[in-house]
Design a protein around this ligand. Sequence first.
Ligand SMILES: Cc1cc2nc3c(=O)[nH]c(=O)nc-3n(C[C@H](O)[C@H](O)[C@H](O)COP(=O)(O)O)c2cc1C
Length: 594
Amino acid sequence: MSATTTKTAAAGTLFTPEEQAKLVAWTKRYPQAPMGLIEALREVQIWKGEVSLAAEAHLAALFGVTRARVREVVTFYPFFPHEKAGKHRVSLCRNLSCHLAGGEKALHHLEKALGVAEGPATADGMFSWEASECLGACDLAPAFAIDDELLGAATPTAIDAALSACRAGKAPKAVSTAKAAAPVSDKAALTKDFADPKLHTLEVYRRFGGYNAWEKARTMAPADITAEVKNSNLRGLGGAGFPVAMKWETVPPKSARQVPHILVANADESEPGCFKDRVLMERNPHALIEGLQIAARAVDADHVYIFIRGEYALQKRLLEAAVAEAKTAGLLDKDVLVMQGANAYISGCDTALLETMEGKKAWPRQPPPFPTNAGLLNWPTVVNNVETLMMLTRVIAQGGEAFAAAGVAKSGGTRCFSVSGHVEKPGVYEFPLGTPIEDLLAAAGGMKGGRPLKAVIPGGTSTPVLTPEETRGLKMDFDSLRAKGSFLGAGGVIFLDDSVDMVDVLHIIERFLWVESCGQCTPCREGSGWATRVLARMKAGKGDAGDADNLVRLSENIMGKVICALGDTVGMVAAAMIKKFRADFDRRLEKPRG
Ligand SMILES: Cc1cc2nc3c(=O)[nH]c(=O)nc-3n(C[C@H](O)[C@H](O)[C@H](O)COP(=O)(O)O)c2cc1C
């Protein structure tokens, strides 16, 4: 039998002709297969509730890779569970902000309502459930989703209603649930028009001046766009704060290698405490598409992608609708394809993201070469965060210098902060860089119930914790946070009141890092697992006298010995937490220190 006949026979029994046509379409969507493999596997998982060995073999043949390679992908990503999933997959977040808002209780309610443990499907095959390590919705805490449709806060009533709707045959559909993205500062550049609920449509976006910046940039030389961005002091808003123009300038000229250039919007946003990209894409998808056109011109990109985390189903739909509208209106010089991940946090790390896009497991690459030289498919690739790209529309509209003036030296303009935890009004708030943290807290309605502040995690749970004394008058910009030994990161600020126990907090953070570690570097893989086990023991009141010191020393054994920042985080956050809140850890010793 020829290979083609085998393929057809397998497809005949495994997939309907329509399904097979969809799978084949994924092999052709991108410049090279096996790009598209992960999205094809996602389809199979959704259609069948699992990716069987036969399906793996079928996709291996279709994408021209080995079966082992497909297996490696399927076993890596959480979107493909080890057991057959129910018709509807319920995810409930158990990470920090959701935990603080009663996530554990909500999980118990869900488990009781479904009558099965986490993982396997209910007897009727209708449901399975998972405790998620972060749904990017700390403003809705405790957040839950069904089939990646974010349904808001997981109150018992909301859970019961959603399950009943599914039982009645009504597929869940996320509706806009974003809280507070309205402008809170007169300097707000990105969120200034967010009060209009129809901003996501082209008509309203244009009414507010949308695509004017792109029309201006279209007449500018690429080098002049980059120069304007340099004047703006715009720094990457995805975590590292790297100057945007400086990154772009490392892209070699086309003539040097004569290969396509790639531009990717990083919309993976999976850092606990961060949800601003979700809200920004939901409220204003055209700003991302406009920013991408500007950046594509500056870096001479041939292919433009938005890589979005699997859990942002509504945002994906809105982005695709916006791309279609802008295309029909003749506004796009470069088409934009939205590519979906498979629910792994590590895919947000730029080099791991490229591996995911190439249809592989998300193992970060060890630079050099850096992506701007050799990125996707080895071609020069610029990866920028969603918010960074959106800000380009403001840089071009206002001019670089005017944009820079809103911020502080070396950190131009404004940024959107995701504020969550023990605050009255969690949400996204845009402020100039350098704004005192007290203004953020005030915008978020202050501490919940007026309780005293115990600690602040300033940039997502991967950033070292700060004490109230350290936050007094603290200016929220990259360099001020560094001076305090922490990071602004992706701007996910979590306020914690005096009811929290730092052993619980650190346990949640280390468990997240352990679950999400890609496993490539031994110190990260083993260190995060060890820390999680020790902290679970401490939580149970069975800590050993040396535990806290050993946790502090963890950073010496990991920092600088791993490929990506996730590994560095494992030791760094533990050291800060224990040094600053030692009493909480000492309370959990089996025999108190004498
Ligand atoms: C473990 C890990 C996860 C990351 N997740 C994200 C993410 O979800 N979104 C993002 O924009 N950047 C993320 N980053 C940072 C990216 O590697 C990269 O620096 C960023 O996308 C560049 O865009 P920017 O310069 O505009 O910030 C992550 C980095 C690491 C190490």
